[in-house]
Design a protein around this ligand. Structure first.
Ligand code: ZN
Length: 140
């Protein structure tokens, strides 16, 4: 699980014109949403200006099911930023709707994680103005 060292502010995600709505809708709703093409209904992540399937610029935001499985993961034994306590993991979660997102776990140690592990999203209000989507074990 990812934990932060006292006295250090964790690094903020880089927010650009394409990803700004992703962060804003999560901050406002406290729910994970994904970008969807309003024309062909293709779900996309990370956010982008153009649909990769039909090339439409007409995008909308839809709530995620919030449940999925660990698709892959890595364990860091050296921190890439002084705010992170090691070891910690970075997981690639494939949501049930088929979209993948890079995140962290909040409730298990790196050696407890496995590929295919059922997980569900938790919105972590890490910054006053910006929340991060993280994951916990799915209650089955
Ligand atoms: Zn499309």
């Amino acid at each position: 699980m990812v934990q932060y060292n006292e006295g250090f502010t964790p690094p903020r995600p880089m927010v650009d014109a394409d990803s700004l709505p992703f962060w804003q809708v999560m901050q406002e709703t406290k729910q994970l949403h994904f970008q969807r093409c309003a024309e062909c209904k293709e779900l996309m992540h990370p956010p982008r200006p153009v649909c990769h399937k039909c090339h439409s610029f007409n995008m909308e935001w839809v709530p995620s099911i919030g449940k999925g499985k660990i698709y892959s993961y890595v364990v860091y034994h050296r921190p890439v930023h002084p705010a992170f306590k090691v070891p910690y993991e970075v997981v690639l979660v494939e949501l049930d709707e088929g979209v993948r997102i890079v995140s962290n776990m909040i409730d298990c140690e790196p050696d407890e994680i496995y590929i295919g592990m059922p997980v569900e999203v938790v919105i972590d209000q890490v910054f006053e103005d910006l929340a991060l989507p993280k994951f916990k074990r799915q209650n089955t």
